[in-house]
Design a binder for this molecule. Sequence first.
Ligand code: SF4
Length: 378
Amino acid sequence: MLGLYIHVPFCKKICDYCDFHAFPAPEWLKLEYLDLVLREVSAFAERHPGAFSAVKTLYVGGGTPSALSPEQMARLFGILAGAGLDFGRLKEATFEFNPESCDAERVAVARECGITRASLGLQSLHQRLLDRVGRSHSVETGMRALDLLLSGGNLRVNADLMFDLPGQSLADLLQDVERLAGSGVGHISLYGLKVDPARRLGIRVSKGLETVDEDLYAEMYLKSVELLEKCGFSRYETSNFARAGEESLHNLNYWNRGEYLAFGPSAHGFYGGVRFYAPEKYARWRDYVKNGCPREGLTLDTLTPEDVAAEYVQLSLRTKYGMRLDGLKKLGYSVPEEALSRWVSEGYAELSGGVFRLVGRGWLFMDTVVLDVYSKME
Ligand code: SF4
């Protein structure tokens, strides 16, 4: 299945922990960005006729896509349709909103243009925690945005929550999980905070002005999973939980090693067996597009058979579907059963019907298990 990702690099204000490529932008820059996306998308469509009409899922992420005005959003959708994307035939089209720019006009444009799924960056339903990590929205704005997206019933809705925030207790987090699980959303993404020492929050932590209790991480994750499952949400990927049928098809395609086109600064794509990365900084991306999008302007990663097998291990173990031993075999590799049974006997994984998958506390050691399995591949 072919996906399509568009990166919108703008945010009204940069959160204190952010490590994405995002920045506040004046109107003229947003207009320039759209002109550049048009050129980038058109250059690709010319070189790969029929590619856009084969796309099955769209994901517009960022940054904050809703930092675009309603007119700019409509223009972006128009650019994609002009390149051959048939919104009517997509299985899923997701647009990310941040609460402060999620208003009736933008939601109406998204719906009219064929968006079928919205993802809302709530992160916490506690004002003091939002303030502590420098989010620009309030809890009230967040809940109003959520109600707006849920009203009308024709959008599937995801909400993002974060845990292990400075000052967050287990009770704070579980309150958020419960409130959100009962709000009508079909999907919740739950991410642990990563403190980057180069960002404002990380600098405060290294100066001792802020603390993040890393010892709470495991308990917060496991208790949230338990509560989400009790509320009818199934963990289908380490950070993603859905009611039946509400899984993100676009993201499942990533974890299934499906291909996807990608446009915008820092966008990563996978097409024709090659992973590619657009220039990360906006100015470099602008030069790349103005130069006609030469292939040598992208970072290309042609995968060896070993890379493909390693990706298969890494991506499949992220999901509840697990790693199929015959799937690995088809790629020309295998892992001795003793290597896997060690994780099974420790209660971190199960092996049944030729599928190896994480269970219980094993999810907390996903990276270790992946590295171990990868190192034993032969
Ligand atoms: S909204 Fe997301 S992308 Fe934007 S600054 Fe905050 S963390 Fe970064």
